[in-house]
Design a binder for this molecule. Structure first.
Ligand code: SF4
Length: 80
């Protein structure tokens, strides 16, 4: 994904203008608010793929916690 493509989907992000701290909860159990916002985000898939491609270690991206993204990586490796 190019920087330009990233800029395009970020403009449509449901989290624009929302306190970024919401997306960096102290624990997975506190991720509910961020996940609820991601659930209605029109660019959720692009956001998740961006996080997976860039190995984002922290925060909620595309509605997935870091642990959930690790699981997705594992599943994809298995089915590759
Ligand atoms: S999926 Fe969530 S973190 Fe990603 S852009 Fe949308 S609201 Fe923001």
């Amino acid at each position: 994904m190019t920087a330009q493509t990233t800029a395009v989907w970020r403009k449509r992000a449901a989290c624009r203008g929302i306190d970024p701290e919401v997306f960096y909860p102290a624990s997975d159990e506190d991720a509910g608010q961020a996940k609820a916002i991601c659930a209605v985000c029109p660019v959720r898939e692009a956001c998740l793929e961006h996080a997976l491609a860039n190995r984002e270690r922290e925060g909620i991206w595309g509605g997935a916690t870091e642990r959930e993204r690790r699981r997705i990586h594992r599943q994809r490796r298995k089915s590759a």
